[in-house]
Design a protein around this ligand. Sequence first.
Ligand code: NAP
Length: 498
Amino acid sequence: MTDRVAIIGAGFAGLCMAIRLAQAGVTSFTVYEKAEDLGGVWRDNTYPGAGCDVPSHLYSYSFAPRADWSRAYPLQPELLRYLHDCADTHGIRPRIRFHTEITSAAYDERAQRWELRTADGRTHHAQVLVTAVGQLNRPKYPDYPGLDDFAGTAFHSARWNHHHDLTDEVVGVIGTGPSAVQFIPQIAPKVRTLRVFQRSANWVMPKWDYRYGPVHRALFTTAAGRLAFRGGWFAFGDTVLHSAVRGGRLGKLVEYLCRRQLRTQIPDPALRAKLTPDFPLGCKRILISDDYYPALARDNVEVITEKITRITPHGIQTADGTEHTLDTLIHGTGFTATDFLAPMTITGRDGRQLREHAWADGAAAFLGMTVPEFPNLFLLYGPNTNLGNNSVILMIESQVRYILSCLDTMDRDGRREMEVSPHAFASFQRHLDDALRATVWEAGCSSWYKTDTGKVTNNWPHRAARYRKLTRRPAPAHFPAAADNRDALTPEDHTGPL
Ligand code: NAP
């Protein structure tokens, strides 16, 4: 049997695609999910304090608003519940094949369909393949010598060991990114000593988190009330925060808030110096927290900035020769984010492999979604569609709308294939590269937004609103109808989508 659409992944993006397909009356689709549950990062990240630092009314589907969010910034259990509710309300759960890991997908040019292989050796077929595997799904561990020699308990923040009790232990944390900033305040009061190994000091802006009271709840029962909140946060992200990642003047407001928070929450000048960033605001993800600095200021917390040289059986050794003994080591070291679609093998026309051929210099896709020579393949939350300033759900919804429009085009024109032209792809990349050069991500800091060679493969450099406009519908010039037309257009045929 050949499905119309196969979706890989049942997280925020995959569920969005599935719900919208169902709403559009497309019945022939299957969602493949390697785990036993849906939810993506909100299933995997269960560390204490896990939550979203984007406000709930913006970090949710536009078509599934909720009046009863408990607080401004929802925690992981509430987000996972939301996704379960959405899947159930729209009847998606029976369409998900759990415990089904897709290891490879190859385009069959003769049959004009994708063949998917699963880890247990089965094959499935679909005309259109939509990948929805996220950017932050594979934990990255530090590669220090001796990592495996550590005799205590060790785990990654995205694979939190809930069977292990940290009470009264000496605990080490490597990493001070958005995940660590959320769990450090939760574990600091519990442990005897917390040693935080910081490689870079980050910019931390106030979160001003609060629980919604009766007045808010009454407001959110009206569409206008919900929209006002959603619109307000959206506008803040696309103006003030966007300015911050462009090095603009409005971004100075955020920098002021960060500096003021550091000054007021960290009275000790030596600790304050350690926590002062040495790169421009926005170069790495801006952290959003009210309780991170107070946790670091506790008597039982040490911030260690000496370079780590090795992991020993008893703890961590730093460049000054000190061995910092630990009972437990927590890796808050992030994810292999630039390795898009890994470890799947995706094979397009003429046996071309996505990672080895098309992406040899780093992942790239037209509007973050499609690649020449890979017909009927669409990526959700693909290359250069992450945001440092707004909710990625907005990007995902724009992509889903675009893909539905591509399906409509196929139905309307009797086409079996949608394949972006190489010229549209190249023109888009040129514009994208120019725009990326004007952002602070290129300002010399390291981050998960970039490959080892410094190419920014993850972030969208413009406003979310601009992406929405560009993805309104597929332009016929970008998708020439016949395969043999694929190279017929000249670069002059395209002014480029940006
Ligand atoms: P991350 O942002 O990649 O941070 C990893 C941290 O580990 C950084 O402080 C990094 O230091 C440090 N690190 C990595 N390798 C190291 C090594 N070998 N030695 C010493 N330190 C090392 O990872 P994350 O905190 O898990 O967050 C990843 C992304 O997930 C976020 O940017 C965000 O998009 C998403 N997230 C979102 C939320 C939310 O509330 N919306 C919450 C959590 C995560 P350097 O900075 O020096 O590299």
